[in-house]
Design a protein around this ligand. Structure first.
Ligand code: GLY
Length: 396
């Protein structure tokens, strides 16, 4: 009885909060973006103090900074965020910190142990090169693309994500779509044409095998590396094999939007729009548009949110809006705007000096693994800053 009452009160509070959220007067977007970059500049000076030499920041949990070795898949996001901050503020000390962070991860360019080279080396060196035209940065990206290409498996027509282990033979995860950005870019900027061919082939295989009829995606497809046959469609970080893990849907949306940018192939645009409609029309997408960690998470509406999925989807929708028109474009822009306002609100946004120096709270990394639950995550900040910059560049 008491539990039922508590549940009822929680539901009423959630409805009231959503209603007051929808009613809240929004400040102009240009003001919000300016304030956010001023805040981030100061907040990231706090974060910088929490990173030991040779490490990259991951999170802040139980009152303590969490840092990782450079081979961790997220090692490029910190320098990437610093470059975004530099792009907007031109602050010299942030540029120095960004250069220092690049040096730390530079050895990754020859790493071939997993598929994450695109996340690690393009979010970091890609942004650095875009802003500085420094040839040494371009050389690192080209070397990284060559390393990632070693993981292409012709038999499965994909880049292998993780190495064979006791769970998987030859797994490819939906996240891998993100690594294709570096491959496309490398071919278009003086590298071998084979990198783009790999990207296109991988995107086509993923399109064929990872998606369900409603355009939600499986997380992991495990292949037979000899025959290319699908052994299993499964999850690693989602609620169930058949569920729609929220960040995975975000990777898919961002990935096919990006593939359209590089190829102008309408198939990718259609796929991206279909994924967007799956996400935006999902009955479990909350009023503030920040997804639960899985669209099918047990316990919705009490399940944990994933601010990183919100930031990532916002950024992707803003790019997709560039390739659409009319009411579709208006919808993508409007939902991305709501996501940004939500993330900038006290519900998700840290106070200066708190949250270990990260900008956003309430992300979920890997719920079923009991890892990174309801914490700040370095990539939530990265895609949030990217979304702010994209909004300013394309919509102001
Ligand atoms: N690429 C791993 C993740 O999204 O958690």
């Amino acid at each position: 009885m008491i539990i039922k009452r508590i549940k009822l009160i929680t539901v009423l509070i959630t409805i009231a909060t959503s209603y007051s959220f929808a009613q809240t007067q929004r400040k102009p977007m240009n003001q919000l973006i300016n304030e956010e970059f001023k805040f981030a500049l100061e907040q990231y000076k706090v974060l910088a103090k929490n990173i030991p030499a040779g490490k990259t920041p991951q999170s802040f949990a139980n009152g303590k900074p969490v840092n990782q070795d450079i081979k961790w898949w997220c090692s490029g996001f910190y320098s990437g965020s610093l470059w975004y901050l530099y792009e907007e503020t031109k602050d010299a000390s942030i540029k120095l910190e960004a250069e220092k962070a690049l040096k730390v991860i530079e050895p990754n360019q020859t790493y071939t142990g997993n598929h994450d080279l695109g996340f690690m080396m393009y979010c970091s060196f890609g942004n650095a090169y875009r802003l500085t035209s420094e040839p040494a940065y371009k050389a690192v990206i080209q070397r990284s693309a060559a390393s990632l290409a070693t993981r292409y498996r012709p038999n499965i027509k994909s880049i292998q994500s993780w190495n064979k282990n006791k769970y998987w033979d030859c797994p490819v995860i939906i996240d891998n779509m993100m690594n294709l950005e570096m491959m496309n870019w490398a071919s278009e900027n003086g590298g071998s044409p084979k990198y783009k061919e790999i990207a296109v082939t991988h995107a086509n295989t993923t399109l064929k095998n990872h998606f369900r009829p409603d355009l939600s995606s499986y997380h992991v497809i495990d292949y037979n590396p000899e025959t290319g046959a699908i052994k299993r469609k499964a999850t690693w970080q989602g609620a169930a094999d058949c569920s729609a893990w929220s960040r995975g849907q975000g990777w898919a949306l961002y990935g096919y939007t990006m593939m359209y940018r590089f190829t102008k192939d309408e198939t990718y645009l259609k796929q991206a729009k279909g994924i967007a409609h799956f996400i935006l029309n999902h009955p479990n997408l909350p009023a503030d548009k920040i997804p639960f960690w899985d669209f099918d998470a047990p316990g919705i509406p009490y399940a944990k949110r994933d601010a990183s999925a919100g930031a990532l989807i916002a950024s992707a929708l803003l790019e997709l809006g560039q390739y659409t028109s009319g009411s579709e474009k208006a919808e993508f822009k409007s939902v991305a705007e709501t996501m940004i306002f939500s993330l900038a609100s006290p519900s998700y946004h840290a106070k200066l000096g708190e949250n270990g120096g990260f900008l956003l709270m309430h992300s979920t990394g890997a719920y079923p693994l009991n890892s990174e639950i309801d914490v700040p995550l370095v990539y939530a900040d990265y895609y949030y800053l990217e979304a702010l910059l994209r909004y300013k560049k394309w919509y102001l």
